[in-house]
Design a protein around this ligand. Structure first.
Ligand SMILES: Nc1ncnc2c1ncn2[C@@H]1O[C@H](COP(=O)(O)OP(=O)(O)OP(=O)(O)O)[C@@H](O)[C@H]1O
Ligand SMILES: [Mg+2]
Length: 366
């Protein structure tokens, strides 16, 4: 009898401890959520106390790290002027999908679901993806698993309009509006590229990340892979994400390319698929080039053509060092600035050739 009473007391104590533990945990969650909300609301009024800025890349978004009272780190990101509201809704939808599926930092706060500007997410204590990570079988598996998961996001009909082609067209139109000097073949390249892309838009289209690079993939504990920065997401061919990633990491290893495609497709890639990757690497180089053209001031079409015809550095020279940030670009000499921007168009032509497309010849033929 005494023994039964002792057991009963132990069970009751255990239950009390268990439930008090749960309550503390629940309170903690609520406390953390409140704290995050307070930090974000203060930030919205311009108060950056306790926030430490992380230097971003090309966009004008702002990224900060802050610590909660419990010492946990979080990331606060304020979107920039681009993309507009539709783009930001698309970005949020993809981040939510990836967060729910554990392939991006957990999304913890959004200031306005209908017009998102500020988000808070978990801080990933890891490192940025590097080229040698592709030679680690487990990491490669995890990168491909993340890609397959990201591409499985159900297509939201309201986002159907924003495709790789529609945004590239819009971006080129913005560049042209600025009346800058452009290479003389620029319009012809665009015409031919748009034609090819529009033919491909009738093929499989998924929600792509569209900006996979070493800066947008985090590795935790040498194996867990997280995608971040969904700002560029658009509908497109899934092979574009793979090509973009390989291009941005300057990974020119056909064996690795075949391995990635084998893991992604679940079978050997066809010659047409390998060529498609080269085509999309060419597209990725063109996107990078046309965006950077607006940084070039005080030049002429004749000067750009002259540099285009000379054998200059390829963009891999910059990409292998993690590419230049806009601030670093400003410190270059005028000659190096031109060489840097044109290097992307040289790679556009080079990858085009690997895909069996001679953009220059097509332009000359017209
Ligand atoms: N959740 C996170 N955990 C850890 N580090 C992060 C996280 N989010 C962002 N970072 C770091 O901040 C950098 C910039 O973040 P992000 O890519 O979201 O912003 P961005 O301004 O769009 O940058 P970019 O223009 O370079 O793409 C990342 O490259 C990464 O180093
Ligand atoms: Mg980024």
């Amino acid at each position: 009898m005494a023994l039964t009473r002792t057991y009963l007391v132990r069970i009751i104590c255990g239950l009390v401890l268990f439930f008090s533990g749960c309550t503390t945990h629940l309170n903690n969650d609520v406390d953390v959520k409140n704290e995050i909300m307070q930090v974000a609301s203060r930030f919205a009024t311009g108060d950056k106390t306790g926030l430490q800025e992380i230097e971003g890349g090309l966009s004008d978004s702002e990224v900060y790290v802050f610590k909660s009272r419990e010492g946990q780190r979080y990331v606060l990101k304020k979107g920039g002027s681009w993309p507009g509201r539709d783009g930001k809704l698309m970005e949020l939808a993809l981040h939510k999908f990836c967060s729910t599926n554990g392939i991006s930092p957990k999304l913890l706060y959004v200031d306005d679901e209908k017009n998102p500007k500020i988000v808070v997410m978990d801080y990933i204590d890891g490192k940025l993806l590097a080229r040698q990570d592709f030679y680690n079988e487990e990491l490669l598996d995890n990168i491909v698993k993340n890609l397959r998961c990201l591409h499985s996001m159900p297509i939201n009909p309201t986002f159907k309009k924003r495709t790789l082609l529609s945004e590239l067209k819009a971006s080129v139109a913005r560049v042209k509006k600025k009346n800058l000097a452009l290479p003389s073949k620029f319009d012809g390249w665009c015409k031919y590229l748009f034609e090819l892309l529009s033919k491909l838009e009738s093929t499989a289209m998924v929600q792509c990340h569209c900006d996979l690079s070493s800066r947008n993939i985090l590795i935790e504990n040498r194996k867990k892979v997280y995608f971040i920065d969904f700002q560029c997401t658009l509908r497109g061919n899934p092979l574009f994400d793979i090509a973009h990633l390989l291009y941005k990491l300057d990974l020119n290893d056909e064996e690795i390319l075949r391995k990635i495609l084998r893991k992604y497709l679940g079978r050997e890639a066809t010659t047409a698929e390998i060529k498609r990757i080269f085509f999309y690497e060419s597209v990725a180089a063109f996107i990078a080039g046309q965006f950077r053209l607006q940084w070039l001031k005080n030049t002429t079409t004749a000067e750009l053509d002259k540099f285009m015809s000379q054998a200059t550095i390829s963009s891999s020279h910059y990409l292998e060092k993690g590419d230049l940030r806009k601030k670093e670009f400003q410190t270059l000499s005028q000659r190096d600035k031109i060489e840097y921007v044109l290097s992307f168009f040289k790679d556009f032509l080079r990858f085009g050739k690997e895909a069996g497309i001679s953009f220059n010849e097509e332009v000359d033929r017209d």
